[in-house]
Structures are given as C-alpha cells and as structure tokens.
Design a protein around this ligand. Structure first.
Ligand SMILES: Cc1ncc(COP(=O)(O)O)c(C=O)c1O
Length: 465
C-alpha cells in the first residue's frame, strides 16, 4: 500500500467513527505533514483521495472540511451510473489480436486446452460419432437434450438446490446463457447493476441491449460491497443485477456465504432479479464447492448461468441457464437466433457425465490449476517490484495484478503483443476515468521456457515503466 493510501485509510477511520464532525476543518496540509510525519505530496494525495471518495470537500484558500454526511456521501460516490458504454470494438480488437497461434496466450480467458478435452471424453466422442442417432436434432432443440438437463439438475440437487430438468435450458456456452437471460428480462433503457470490475461479456451485453448500467465497487475484504449494493438499489430502479460471486473474473475472489445470504435477503426485499455468472464454479481449490446464489433463492428471482467451457472445452460451446420461470421466454429467443446447441456434443456429454468421468477429471484439473497458479504467483511475487499487488485467491486460473496508478496497462498489452505475448489489460473489465492500471494473467499453461520468458519480458517492461 502506498503511504498516501495508508494515511487516507487512517483519516477515513477517524471520519467514519465520528471523531471529526460534518463541516469541521481538517488540519491544513502543512499541519498534517507535522502530525503524520509524511511528506507534503503524500498528504496532498491522501486528501485528494478522500475528496474523490466524497468524505471531505475543499474550499478555495480555506482548506479541507468533513462532508455533510460523509458515510452517505462516500457511498453515493461508489455507486456510479455509467453514461455511455462503448466496449464492443475494444473487445473485438483484443480477441482478434490474441488469436495468432504464435502468441503466448497469457491474456486468454480460455484455460489451457491441454488440460481439457480429457481422454475419456475424446473416447466418448469417438464412439458417439459412429451412431447416426447421435446427430438427430429433434431431441436437442430448446430447451435442450432432456438427459443432459437431468444430469445438470442432479448436480444442483447434490448441492441442496431442488431442481427439475424443466428449469434448465441448454445454451451455446455461458456467454449465450448470459445474453439470453438478460435479453429475456430487460428492455432498452432499463437499469441493471454490475460490479465495477467484471468480465467484458457483461459490458458487451449491456451495450448491445441499450441498458443503463449502475456499478458498485468491489469490497477490499468481502468482494461484494453490501452497503454500496443497498445504496444502489435504493437510489435507482434496478431491474436486474448481473454478478459474479464465485471465482470472479478477472479478480478471482469468492464471496463468503454470509455475504451471499445477506445479498439474497436484499434481492428478496427489493424484488430484484439476479443473473449469476458462475462459469468457474467447479474450479475451486478448497475442499468444499462454494454455493451458488440459487441456494438462497426463495422467490425464483435468480437465474444461474454456467457452462462446460472452463472444465471440458470452450470449443464445445455448451452451457446452460437455470432459467426457472424464464425458461419459455429464453427458448423463444433461442428459436429466433441460434436454434439449438449441437446435438452430437450434447449426446456425448450425456454419456460422459453419466459415467462419472467428469468428477475424476475435475479433481485432476483443480489439482493442476492449483499447482500452476501457485507457481506463477510465487514467480511474480519474487520478480515484480513491490509497488505491484498480485491478487491471489484459491480458485480459477487468473492472477489479477494492480500496477502503480500511472502505468497504463493498455500500453503493456500493446508492447507485449509485439513480443508475441498476450496479457489482458484492465480496460477490458472496467470503465472508470482513471488510467487502467491492472492486468490479468492466465496461469493455466506450464511454466516452461516460453512462458517464463514471456513473464520475464512482462516484468522487465513493468520495471521500465
Ligand atoms: C466470467 C465469464 N462468463 C462467461 C464466459 C463465457 O463462457 P463460455 O465460453 O461458456 O461462453 C466467460 C468466458 O471467458 C467468462 O470468463
């Protein structure tokens, strides 16, 4: 943490605990230098940070004062209406630029394909391929293959979430599930709530559907900021929230069960729908699988979206949504767009899942990802300057790195591409006015000469900047 951040945190504590009253004058910059022992520039930065957070305000030539209602003012500042969303062209350019086979894909969202497409699954696909019946389309039309939906429903039931196959709609991957759900639940001009930092697909969907997006920041400790959430839902007529609570992409955190429980209470109280993006749900490293918000859903307000892309293969394009009462509407939308998901793959997945190969594969996958993520983390921790923060969480395969605020991660992305290495720059995930100073690294590739060289080039460039 920077010195100015340290100072801002301790001053914030004094404000929040009421030591300073509204409109009381803060010590002048010079007095604060004497009190704290920090330099003038550090004190100035800390005061500016508190002003940006809405806790204090400044009057020309008079100094800084405590805001009228600092806690509420700070909360209001956290809840942002994102006026115009224009991310599609950036994502398009990014996805095009990382497609080259010669690029080391540290910026990719896909897990290393060597870890997916398990041999048993390939065998199943081979056997299925020989039977004409596997290609029959009728049984795979929306809502999708019944047996596959039954197997998915059983997995929910195993987690204590009563589920019927008719609740499930099979989709063309998780992205399709998110887009269909959002489309079924909103109209252009509706307000939706997103996390400030979130998978770019959520931003794209909002842009495509002409939605007004309110964002709340991540809570540094809990992942989800419930106070900011409350403020957002009491300030704006939010219809739907689209959130990631397990193995968040790009940051990586998993929200604690107590917070999920509180969140569900708020959703119920305000009758707000939630689309939960949970495509990394199986990639946890601890003993117990984190629960989906569906577990806490008493009023059928939650649509849960997931897929096999991060565990079996992104190329299959098979996902699903626990759509409940929205099932029919979503099927209508499918019949007007993608029609059905590939019947052959759906049949192969039925065979594979019903023989319990999936559980074994997941165990191995989790173990490998845990090992690789640790290796990358240790390496970067050792080599990156300590002005960078590496966010490590025990799940998934991403490391999220906070760089010093002046470093524009888009520059790093451009520079690394010229070296045939991709990284995912912060601008893909958030829309703040600040310089995007984060990067996301995919750690699912073995740390061999190529990947280590790629990391070294990245580290050198960051040091240079
Ligand atoms: C958070 C998140 N949601 C959804 C998706 C889309 O998943 P799928 O590949 O199954 O469409 C991705 C893919 O990267 C993702 O990271």
């Amino acid at each position: 943490m920077y010195k100015s951040e340290q100072l801002a945190v301790s001053l914030k504590h004094l404000i929040e605990t009421g030591t300073w009253k509204p409109h009381e004058k803060l010590p002048s910059l010079r007095q604060q230098v004497e009190i704290s022992g920090f330099s003038l520039i550090t004190v100035m930065n800390a005061y500016q940070e508190l002003e940006a957070q809405g806790l204090i305000y400044s009057k020309e030539k008079l100094g800084y004062f405590i805001a009228e209602n600092p806690i509420q003012a700070a909360l209001a500042k956290k809840v942002i209406l994102n006026e115009k969303i224009e991310i599609n062209s950036l994502v398009f350019r990014y996805l095009k630029s990382i497609q080259s086979e010669s690029t080391i894909p540290l910026g990719s969202a896909f897990p290393n394909s060597q870890l997916l497409y398990s041999p048993k699954l390939m065998q199943t696909l081979g056997l299925q391929a020989k039977h004409r019946i596997s290609y029959e389309q009728m049984p795979s039309l929306p809502p999708g293959n019944y047996e596959l939906r039954k197997l998915i429903a059983q997995r929910y039931c195993m987690q204590g979430i009563p589920t019927d196959p008719s609740d499930i709609v099979i989709t063309s991957g998780g992205l399709d599930a998110l887009n269909l759900s959002l489309k079924a639940m909103t109209q252009a001009g509706d307000y939706i709530l997103l996390q400030e930092t979130i998978f770019y697909g959520a931003w794209q969907a909002a842009e495509n559907l002409g939605l007004k997006v309110i964002t709340i920041p991540e809570h540094p400790e809990y992942g989800l900021d419930l106070e900011a959430f409350k403020k957002a839902v009491t300030t704006y007529p939010i219809k739907v929230c689209l959130l990631m609570l397990n193995s968040h992409n790009p940051i990586g955190f998993t929200v604690k069960e107590e917070i999920k429980f509180e969140l569900a209470k708020l959703l119920h109280q305000h009758e707000i729908y939630l689309i939960e993006d949970d495509v990394y749900e199986e990639l946890y490293f601890d003993q117990k699988k984190p629960l989906s918000m569906k577990y806490y859903d008493q009023k059928n307000l939650i649509l849960h979206c997931s897929s096999f892309s991060k565990t079996l293969g992104a190329g299959f394009r098979v996902g699903w949504v626990y759509a409940g009462k929205f099932s029919e509407h979503i099927q209508h939308l499918q019949l007007m767009s993608t029609l059905s998901v590939n019947s052959f793959i759906q049949n192969a997945l039925v065979d594979y899942l019903s023989h319990r190969h999936y559980e074994k594969h997941l165990k191995t996958l989790r173990k490998t990802l845990k090992r690789l993520k640790n290796l990358y983390y240790q390496y970067l921790l050792k080599e990156l300057p300590d002005t960078c923060t590496i966010h490590y969480y025990p799940s998934g395969y991403f490391l999220w790195i906070t760089l010093p605020e002046h470093i524009d991660s888009s520059l790093i992305y451009q520079h690394m591409l010229e070296q045939n290495v991709s990284i995912a720059p912060g601008a893909l995930f958030y829309r703040t006015n600040k310089t995007p100073h984060h990067i996301r690294i995919n750690c699912s590739f073995e740390l061999n000469n190529d990947t280590q060289n790629a990391l070294n080039q990245l580290i050198q460039y960051i040091k240079k900047l």
